[in-house]
Design a protein around this ligand. Structure first.
Ligand SMILES: NC(=O)c1ccc[n+]([C@@H]2O[C@H](COP(=O)([O-])OP(=O)(O)OC[C@H]3O[C@@H](n4cnc5c(N)ncnc54)[C@H](O)[C@@H]3O)[C@@H](O)[C@H]2O)c1
Length: 323
């Protein structure tokens, strides 16, 4: 199988490429990435000389390039996105350009050229927020609350429309918050760690009681592998683990592992439109495709924190680059 992965120099895409090259020595992967501040080729240093891997510098909005690449592959997995909610609140336009127009450009090229499978990597944020109880399933209505989630929901609608209108063999996956190595240190876990390494306080929005379901990145990428190979065309698959943690609980855990006390917590003004709780039912992917997360939260989070502590150079280098 030959796969075009977009956004593969980012956090989840780089873990996906590493895992796929390890688990499927007969697969070839082309990684199209325009290396925004989140895209980092050093995330893939260990595979850069693998003969089954090729990096192409470029943008998902580049019509000619995208067409050329799609002619060479059987499947597309679309990770490329602007991903930071705070940035989307300040500057939504680029989120529409990449997350919506970039996806449309990929879909259009796939429709014209033909493709065996298109997998759209989406997010639980498209469903909006939950109260203290309940779970979103794949039939829950879309109710995005910030420009990032609205752009992802828009892309999902386009993917659905290309399946319904043109019979494009597309699938959408919607995952919860990922954690693991190689995540850009603007996101909660690496951000807190990078702050504490500088002996600075960790800022927590509002009361810190916003709940997220944390999914280990390689459990996520193994689910994408299964969806790519066994998923049913036109379907949506939620991917979550029921590891619900408040932001405050995550902060306290990191403080404990890094031997800092709770005086390092700094409660700051809440994010605009901050969703209170996300939680998914993943029964469909578990029952129909037999996927199960393997990494238990305490083990995964400890490994992850230790990875950042052992790779402080990675954080320093990435933080020195201009955004
Ligand atoms: N990280 C999470 O917890 C999470 C949760 C749910 C869904 N997702 C989704 O998973 C996908 C990957 O997320 P991530 O955390 O790895 O993101 P990331 O920000 O770490 O990486 C995004 C990558 O996309 C590339 N990119 C951006 N615009 C591009 C363009 N126009 N053309 C080509 N490449 C471009 C960047 O250079 C970067 O390498 C995204 O679609 C995101 O919405 C992430």
């Amino acid at each position: 199988m030959k796969i075009l992965t977009t956004g593969g120099a980012g956090f989840i895409g780089s873990c996906f490429i590493r895992q796929m090259l390890n688990n499927h020595p007969n697969y070839k992967i082309i990684n199209l990435d325009c290396l925004t501040y989140c895209g980092n080729l050093s995330n893939l240093k260990d595979v850069e000389n693998n003969p089954n891997y090729e990096f192409i510098y470029g943008n998902t909005n580049d019509k000619n390039l995208v067409r050329d690449l799609i002619k060479q592959v059987d499947c597309v997995v679309n990770f490329a996105a602007e991903t930071h909610v705070d940035n989307s609140i300040k500057n939504p336009e680029i989120f529409i350009e990449t997350n919506v127009s970039g996806t449309l450009n990929l879909l259009q090229a796939c429709k014209e050229i033909g493709i065996e499978r298109f997998v759209q990597i989406s997010t639980d944020e498209v469903y909006g927020t939950l109260g203290k109880t309940g779970y979103f399933d794949e039939n829950s209505p879309l109710a995005p609350n910030n420009p990032y989630s609205a752009s992802k929901a828009s892309a999902d609608m386009l993917v659905r429309a290309y399946y319904k209108t043109y019979n494009l063999p597309a699938i959408i996956t919607r995952c919860t918050n990922n954690y693991g190595p190689y995540q850009y240190p603007e996101k909660l876990i690496p951000y807190f760690i990078s702050k504490l390494l500088k002996n600075e306080k960790v800022p927590i929005y509002g009361d810190g009681l916003n709940v997220r379901d944390w999914l280990y990145v390689y459990d996520h990428t193994s689910a994408i592998d299964i969806v790519l190979n066994k998923g049913k065309t036109g379907e949506i698959y939620n991917i979550g683990t029921n590891n619900e943690q408040t932001n405050l609980e995550i902060a306290k855990l990191i403080l404990k592992i890094m031997n800092k006390d709770e005086s390092y917590i700094d409660f700051v003004e809440d994010r605009l439109g901050h969703d209170k709780r996300y939680a998914l039912s993943s029964k469909k992917i578990q029952n129909e495709l037999n996927w199960k997360p393997k990494v238990e939260f305490n083990e995964g989070i400890t490994q992850t924190i230790n990875w950042y502590l052992n790779n402080q150079n990675w954080i320093e280098k990435i933080e020195k680059r201009t955004v």
